[in-house]
Every structure is written in structure tokens, then in C-alpha cells.
Design a protein around this ligand. Sequence first.
Ligand code: COA
Length: 430
Amino acid sequence: MQRLVDLREILRYVPQYRDKVFVIAFDGAIVEHDNFRNLLLDLALLRSLRVRVTLVHGAAHQIRKLADYTRLTPSNLDGTGVTDATTLQLALTAANRVTHEILEGLSATDLRGACPNSLVAHPAGILQGVDQEHTGRVERVDIGLLRALLDNDIIPVVPPLGSDGEGATYRLNSDNAALEVARALQAVKLIYLTSQPGIMIRQSDGDTLIRQMTVDEAEVVLKKNKNDFIGPSLSKLTAAVKALRGGVPRVHIIDGTVEEGLLAEVFSNDGIGTLVHTNEYQAIRKAQKKDARGIHQLIKHSVENEELLPRTLAEIDRTIQTFFVFEVDGNLAGCISLSAFPDDNKAEMACVCVSSKYENQGIGARLMQYVEEQARSAGIKELFCLSTQAVNYFLKKGHFGLGSPDDLPPPRRQRYDASGRRSQVLRKLL
Ligand SMILES: CC(C)(COP(=O)(O)OP(=O)(O)OC[C@H]1O[C@@H](n2cnc3c(N)ncnc32)[C@H](O)[C@@H]1OP(=O)(O)O)[C@@H](O)C(=O)NCCC(=O)NCCS
């Protein structure tokens, strides 16, 4: 069993995820697995943290079972090939059954859910000379409908079916449906729950699980290893790349049969499955305890030059959760801290420092921009910073304005007066 996710670790992510959309896509097989009940509890936890959870599901597993039971032969299971009339009927029955099971599970967990007709589809048409019949492609996602549900604390449960508004229903591939929903809702995460550990590739020395890659790397793997993907890996990674290119910053592919898997993936730095992320995220991340020494080392020179306030290793260690670091090839290239003053809806940006080896590459500016986004999404209304020697930097690169000590939150004002440094106060409304 996975280790239990630390409560402190969860709380660290709370402001970042509050009111953000997570699209969670279940393969049909996951809904039938024993772990599904645990996943429902995980969803309840996400909802309690005000994450706007939206579910999309597949039904291939159930279509296969239904076909066996009725002795019918489906033309395709997962909505990537031809859907003939028989398969469409099987898909309708199977998908509705899965939707119902999810809704039933949500009720049993005291969560409200509803199945919206939110996918407008058109026929996939003729591909390489073959008429795809009732297989469709998502033309549009009814965002208004999904948002109306989310605004009312109702979890949308989206089946892999779309209609064209003229009475025709189309069978969709659920990986694609999920990515379209994630894109349309500007989700911060798209999470695929499947029956294998993540993206798996067959290699000469055995099957390999890919732990983490950027979207650029994923595109290379898709081209180079097209025939080496195991199980649903190819479909999931293809969808992941489309989602990332469409603005979803992170896509996770994880084993939905593992207890704690979903929480470990969302709330820790070392998830269990595959994470595919935009290139930007490769560089900036939250600092961890193990970074304290590196940060102490990084700022040493600037502290000696009185550009930065002195901080002991113990102080950095104690406030490590306020730091973000910029990594280049695993090396610490820069750092920044962001400390909130919730009573005043303000936050202080401090300790901006870039190693001389990496200066003038825009890293300082990107760190500032990044924490500004973090502050904004945490509902902070004003950022401020103090500087003795980099005032112009904050004015020009950070687009701050000049402020005065009166702009500081009272506890910070006290420390300001006590320090005697008489730094310039800079402020920025968000
Ligand atoms: C200030 C600092 C963070 C900039 O990092 P960086 O990644 O090199 O900055 P960017 O690449 O985003 O911007 C570079 C530009 O800022 C300018 N700049 C750098 N330091 C500056 C300063 N102290 N004052 C004014 N401008 C400065 C550079 O001349 C360059 O200008 P250009 O765009 O005209 O070429 C870095 O120089 C540093 O670590 N300094 C020591 C610590 C410090 O003073 N921190 C700020 C106080 S909290």
C-alpha cells in the first residue's frame, strides 16, 4: 500500500487548488474496481478543499462485457474506430450504466452529481477511406452548463457520448472527451485514472514506466516509440499532449486501482504515475526541506553585499514553505519567497535571487511573475516588496510602483521600523 499522504502536505496545496477545475477521467474498468469506493472518498476530500471536480468516464470495459453477454460483436470498444449501429446501442447501454454507477457512488459519499448533455459532437466522417459511422468527435463543450453545475456544488459526470442537436448521438473516445472538457474549462489538472501504473513503454530491457516529462519530450516519445506503447498508453499520451498544447498545465496518468494513488499524485511532489507538464513548470517549483541548504548557499553572496536580508539556515528551513526555486537541469538557479498576510489580503515577495551563473536570462522576472500568479490565485489583492538596491529592477521588470511604509500590514510595519534598514517599499495591486 502507498504511504499515507501527510496532512501538512495536503494543506500546503490548498490555496493553490481552491476554486480550480480538475478534470478526472475514469476508464470504465476503474468504476468496477474495488478501489472505486476509495476514489469517491478522495473526490469528497477534493470537493471539501473547494476543488471544482469534473468527471468524464469511459465504458470500453462494460461494452466488452455487455457484448459477451448479448453475444454481439462490437466493431470497436473505445471510440477510436468504427462504431456500427449495434456498437452504438451497446455503448449507449454500457455508458449509461457506468454514469449511473458513478452517480450512485457520489450519492453514497454525500456528493451531488449530474449527467449533463454537455458534449456537442459531429461525425468523425470518413478516415482513410473508411466511414466511421456513429463515431463522433467533440465539436464543442457546453461550458455554461458545466459551470452552472460546478457553481452549485454539483459534480458533472460526463459520459463518452455526444449529440449533434439534431437527434443523432455519437460514440466518443473518453480520453478525447476528457481533454476537450479540460481545455474548455481551463482545468489546472487533467487526471486519467487507468488500470496500469501510468505511461508504459516496451523497451529492450523490459517495460518502463515514464515518471515525468515535458510536453516537448512527450511529442518526441510519441514519434519515436509509436509502436512500443503498452495498453492505453498511446491514447492517453496523445490526449495529454493535446491538452497541454491547449493550455492545461499538467496531465497525470495514474493507476486508479491503487489506494491513495490519486491523493499521492495530487498532493505530493513524488506522485505514483506519470506526470506530463508544460515546459514552464519544469523550471519553477515549490521549495522542499532539502532545498534549504541550497537556498542558503545561493543567497550568501547577495547577503554579504547587503542586497538581501541575512537569513540563517534554520530560518530558511523553518519558512521553507514560502520559497519557490528555479531549477536548471536539477541545479538551483534562483529562488523567491512569498509570505501572505491574510488579514490584509496582502503578500510580501522577498528574497528574489538568481545565481550569477544564470543572471540576465529572465529568470528573476519569471520567478516574480510566477509568485504573482500564485498570489492572485490565492485571492491576494496586493503584493509588496522591500528593496535597498534593486528598486529599479522591481519597477522595470516587476512593474511595481513606489509605496511607503504605511502600505505595510501592521505586523510587517513593526518589523520594518525595528530593522532600521529604511528600505524602499514597492507595491503592486493584483
Ligand atoms: C536582481 C536579480 C534577482 C535579477 O535576476 P535576473 O534573472 O538576472 O534578472 P532578469 O534576467 O529578469 O532581468 C535582467 C535585467 O535586470 C537588470 N537588473 C539586474 N539587477 C538589477 C538591479 N539591482 N537594479 C536594477 N536593474 C537590475 C539587469 O541589468 C537586466 O537589465 P536588461 O533587461 O536591461 O538587460 C539578480 O540580479 C540578483 O539575484 N541580485 C542579487 C539579489 C537582489 O538584489 N535581489 C533583489 C532584492 S530582493
